[in-house]
Design a binder for this molecule. Sequence first.
Ligand SMILES: *Cc1c(COP(=O)(O)O)cnc(C)c1O
Length: 342
Amino acid sequence: MKKYIRKNILELEPYSTARDDFQGTGISAWLDANESPYNNGANRYPDPHQKKLKQRASELMGVVPESIFIGGAGSDEAIDVALRIFCEPGIDNTVAISPSYGVYKVAAAINNVEMREVLLNADFSLPVNCILDATDAHTKIIWICSPNNPTGNAFPKEDIKELASRFNGIVVVDEAYADFSAKGSMLEELPHTPNLIVLRTFSKAWGMAGLRAGMAFASPEIIGYFDRVKYPYNMSSLVQEELIRRIEQVPDDHIEEIIRQRQKMERELKDIPCVEKAYSSDANFLLVKVTDADAIYNHLVENGVIVRNRSRMPLCEQTLRITVGTPEENARTISLLKGFKN
Ligand SMILES: *Cc1c(COP(=O)(O)O)cnc(C)c1O
């Protein structure tokens, strides 16, 4: 693994926080961190290692705490930290599929890391050989979003496993939407895939986008580098407590309802004149090919419904990405689409 890590990170003397050395009992006065001594519920620095939260996450996800990183800026934080661990700015590069989630490219640009994009096949399947062909000795990370945003499809695990086994570098699989998919998760492959990082987020199925919390799962060795590179207090104590309180259980009811609604919408969309195709989805949104995306987008906006126009993305001409909402919101969207006259 060391050969993939930037030299400055390998040599880094990590910041040691005031709270690292004396966690636990028997302390009568914390006079080490220049905090206010007056208890208002937030006057103390949070646990930089998020021990309690990781313990809960570990039980939920079936992954040991040493294999978990929790980011306080969602899984977007994990994307940025991964770039800073593995990619030497101006020298190394990363490879992503296209179309896909926009943050990989922006985060790479901010870190001055070249991004190489490989077009998906026309049916949105994974072009494994083309992705490997796009790599060279300086490629450190391949980004695979599965289920993919905005196309909605999950890639077969066999394809991702093949990619990981043939690539000399890190494969990051972003599973932000895995809770909505029946096609399985790469999490099970972690123990025997040392170059794998799996991203999950609390923002989608878990219903906590406002809290800003995401997870990365990888070998304890890789997570050790995440811990060195992240800002020490990257998640507030209030958010840690709130997450522990809220993640008592997976929100299965909502996930099932969203999947039912997605299937219902897929069926209903088929019969609407301005809809050419609703791509089958493993996520909580639908990519829909329409006759005139700009006009239909405006028609929805004028009626108070905001969707995402993805027409300017590769392979996505004349498409809208529609998030599955409440039954009422979905019915209203369907009815507005029915009412659109070409
Ligand atoms: C929404 C989304 C995320 C989540 O980002 P957070 O920063 O955790 O809110 C990550 N990846 C993809 C592909 C997404 O669509």
